[in-house]
Design a protein around this ligand. Sequence first.
Ligand code: SF4
Length: 567
Amino acid sequence: MEADVVIVGGGPAGMACALRLAQLIDEHNASGVDEMLSKENIYVLEKSREVGQHCLSGGLLDPRSMKELLPGFEKEAPLDAEVTKESVWFLTKGGQYKAPIVPPPLRDHGNYVVSLNKFAKWMGQKVEEAGITVFTGFAGSELLWADESRDAETACVQGVITDDKGVDKEGQPKGNFEPGYELRAKVTILAEGTRGSLAKELIGKLGLEDPEHAQTYGVGIKELWEIPAGRVAKGEVIYTLGYPLTSREYGGAWIYGITDTLASVGYVTGLDYQDPRIDPHHVFQSFKEHKFARRILEGGKMIRYGAKSLPYGGWLTMPRVYGNGWMLLGDSASFLNSQRLKGIHLAIKSGMLAAEAAFDALLSGNSSADTLSEYKAAVDRSWIREELWPVRNFHQGFEHGRLEGFVKAGIQQVMRGGNLGPDAKNHAGYEQMRQLDTLGPADADRAAMVGNAKGDGKLTFDRLTDVFHSGTRHDEDQPVHLVVQDLNICSDRCTKEFGNPCQYFCPAAVYEMVDSAQQDGAGGSAKELRINFTNCVHCKTCDIMDPYQIITWVPPEGGGGPNYDGM
Ligand code: SF4
């Protein structure tokens, strides 16, 4: 199929891009020009069954970019509550301390508590009303390259191939087999969210990431809770730091009041921790057991669950975002402010600016890197840079722990984001993971976060109970979409060196070490990896955090995955 523009990913970045492009084409066609532009061959591909089903965030929207995209959007968008009250707390195992003032980056008056799922769905309706076709249930599974060149200056992307439908678990076509579509596009825009699979291929093949500024990530585990009235007010925002993470790990919790009896509750764990036994899902369950969270949640009911990774690296870790025939948006390209814990507004703005460059490409009939470089130039001129540049070293400052991080954050505040020396270099998070035999006694008392949580079924839950509440569904008769390059590494090296951390960092119990038919050296059963891929909630943590980097997440058959209704 020939296409003018293909946008892969129907989240806020992709939808904002489609909507802005439709607006520009409408304005152009209404201006009395001879040569009209068509919206007919502009497509958004979304891998979930319905728009928004794979969209999950803590749920705070800074409305700045939406006000530019759709002035007056507040009147019709699904906004749950305007923020009316914030507080920041530090938790120790037995204590809770309220910050005397809310640090400016966490002041949220004027922002909205939203369900990203509902918000993306609403944006999708706007896109379709504007005359752009959204294909749901279709993932971009391969990039179409113009030739063999893999040089960032000369390589050219000419579209994508969508996923094959009806392939069985052995990789053979079933009765309902349909091969993927080849969508040949003038401009291909990747807005797949954090660690997008096509974005990863593009960044890797063209060497777009600066090795001295590797991207770092966190994983957010979220539950939606019905709670008794009077615990958290509608529009109230609570942030916590500390327990159960120690000063060596990065992360913290949020509780947002959606209504007086419904709250978004979650915990983000930085994916650069050292102890391979840490389980981010367990971290979240332990947080809920702390008296601070317990007093809010006890007597309530958990109704939904989900998990998603997010890019923490900020401006310095942004890969090149344009080339011949392609652009990268949103979380796929590091548009997130980790100091403010917000990215939706930046994702939307990146989509709008990419749409303007794509429009120029359509108008001029030239989608070379020269034309699309205007996207990056526009980002540099926009408030995206104004917001991200002064916090460019923020997350990197925490590489050696919380205390040093706070000292560095203070210095950066005075120096407009700079350090006393040059900008911080940083390593990929998985490189921080230490082998089991190097963990000293200080690592032994981490019961609140190592190993899988069991859960009491009321306040805390095991992972399978949680996954049930994510609405996740995949056809079982299809190839496994978690591709492990060498299973021998799992059963041999990884068992000895790291204790198979995939069993812990996956928040959906996908990875399990089970007895194999082989014997180990001591006469017992050797272990092998079992992959329960149908549980996968598409968070990408395994692709990011595996210490050997041998796990690749590829899109399963379109339509499969979680159903983040209301999340
Ligand atoms: Fe996330 Fe990977 Fe587990 Fe899927 S298999 S839920 S992507 S960690």
